[in-house]
Design a protein around this ligand. Structure first.
Ligand SMILES: [Zn+2]
Length: 502
């Protein structure tokens, strides 16, 4: 029976945002240790839930440590890393004393701390150092560490050096987070029981893809996925090939598209098999960076289209990509074009709190949105009618929603309010919540299927929820730090030349 140490830390870091992501953001979303982690994740569709399913089925003795996650946002403060590491190191010492056979980590791959640009590389380096200190160089270097990653990981050669095997989500929207966790645990189980010593190799073509270019149902990612699965079929020594189109709002040396493979064969050969993927990724730069049309080109078409629901998608305030979710671009457009029966969600804790001071049916004068930074439009001064007040909690309607990869099952938007101005209802939240599950609206008394237009702050991750109900989807270019046009960002720390910038 394998004895396995389990921990995790998950964050997608947008380094162009000026806000810092502190411990409070993790404590709000997910910050669990030991038995509490097992209780929370058991049976949910998160990668941890998937890994624990395998642990139970294979009869593992699990040593649960610290598991944390926060919504995508700005650079993570170093105290998050140090607090996590204090717990994990202490638990790891105890587990090594008791005797363990492997380590399983749930990570993202695009986490950046103030002091460590490559967050996961630093975590893996620290764990490997504990292993070599405790077990000696020879055994410590070979000791199995399996890690599961998000498809948006900015993979680094340090990560490849310090871990034993990687799995990653293959779908975007991430409806397969649980399956990726299952594969990580199954492969670790195999590595332990067959005493394998895999190596990880990677290739990093000099190209960034915007989030919109990383959808898995379309090329180029669809093509990469089929190339990767073919490699696994043709070469059984490859335990897993990861397609990682990366997270482009990260001004760090390891940003960009990557491919990695875990092999029990020859490492150089495995790297050579990945090269065609790297060449293809560079050749498809334009496809990986689709641009969005201006509002005033899109809105007249949307208004003329008639039948709803019509989704107006703004990647520039893509909450799942880290932006504040308080951009007013769509709200302004809906009002300017006098759209009726429309909904937008705006994260504005101060305004949500002001609504909770009064009663449903009251009229208020509010200044809504665009308060975090200067990149997401202007606050909108509106007289509104308060229609609904809630605690903002809801359970995922689709248990395999993209949100499950982050929070498991239950979502907490904090005190929330629905207000109306003319034909537009605005859902105001206290904690930004990406539009990845229809339960978000339904729990607030809004029937998404009955809307004429709905504003969606996302690039791709909304699609599993919204595509089935939308009559038509339009993307628009609004102000914001999630712009699909990467040439608008002033990168300083990535390798150059880098497509599509140079
Ligand atoms: Zn992702």
């Amino acid at each position: 029976m394998p004895h396995v140490f389990v921990a995790g830390l998950v964050h997608e870091t947008h380094t162009f945002l000026s806000e810092r992501t502190g411990l409070d953001a993790f404590e709000h979303t997910l910050w669990l240790r030991g038995e509490a982690m097992l209780a929370r994740c058991d049976g949910d569709a998160s990668p941890m839930g998937g890994a624990l399913e395998v642990a139970t089925a294979r009869g593992w003795q699990v040593y649960p440590s610290r598991y944390g996650a926060a919504m995508p946002s700005g650079t993570v403060t170093d105290d998050v890393l140090e607090t996590w590491w204090d717990d994990v190191q202490q638990d790891l010492f105890a587990a090594l004393t008791a005797g363990i056979d492997g380590i399983l980590l749930i990570l993202h791959g695009a986490m950046t701390f103030q002091g460590f640009a490559d967050g996961e590389g630093e975590i893996l380096r620290r764990i490997r150092r504990v292993l070599t200190d405790r077990l000696g160089d020879q055994e410590g270097v070979r000791f199995p560490i399996a890690a599961d990653l998000d498809l948006h990981a900015n993979f680094s050669f340090d990560m490849a050096e310090h871990a034993t095997l990687f799995t990653s989500y293959r779908e975007n929207p991430h409806t397969d987070a649980r399956e990726a966790g299952i594969r990580a645990a199954q492969l670790l189980d195999r590595v332990i029981s067959e005493r394998l010593t895999p190596q990880v190799v990677a290739v990093k073509p000099p190209v960034l893809y915007s989030p919109k270019g990383t959808a898995s149902a379309a090329d180029p990612v669809l093509a990469f996925e089929s190339m990767a699965r073919r490699l696994e079929l043709d070469h059984p020594e490859l335990l897993e090939v990861c397609v990682l189109p990366g997270f482009s709002y990260a001004d760090i040396p390891c940003a960009g598209v990557s491919f990695c493979a875990t092999t029990v064969g020859d490492a150089q050969q495995a790297r050579a098999w990945l090269e065609p993927l790297a060449d293809e990724a560079l050749a498809r730069t334009t496809e990986g960076n689709p641009l969005d049309p201006p509002i005033d080109e899109v809105m007249p078409k949307a208004v003329r289209f008639g039948r709803g629901p019509i989704g107006i998608v703004e990647p520039s305030d893509n909450i799942g990509g880290g932006t504040p979710g308080d951009g007013t671009g769509i709200l302004a457009a809906f009002l300017r074009y006098e759209v009726d029966n429309a909904v937008v969600v705006i994260n504005d804790p101060a305004v949500a709190a002001a609504c909770h001071e009064v009663s449903e049916g009251d009229r208020l004068q509010l200044s809504i949105g665009a308060k975090l930074g200067r990149f997401h439009g202007d606050p909108m001064a509106l007289e509104v009618k308060l229609e609904n007040l809630t605690d903002g909690r809801f359970t995922l309607e689709n248990e395999k929603s993209h949100l499950a990869s982050l929070v498991g099952r239950h979502v907490d938007m904090g005190p929330s309010a629905v207000v109306r101005h003319q034909g537009v209802r605005i859902l105001l939240t206290t904690y930004k919540t990406p539009p990845m599950d229809l339960g978000q609206l339904r729990s607030q008394g809004i029937v998404p299927e009955d809307l004429h237009m709905v504003g969606i702050k996302a690039a791709v991750a909304h699609r599993a929820a919204y595509d089935p109900i939308l009559a038509k989807t339009y993307y628009i270019d609004t102000p914001g730090l999630g712009s699909s046009d990467l040439r608008r960002f002033s990168f300083q720390n990535i390798p150059r030349p880098m497509a599509p910038l140079d």
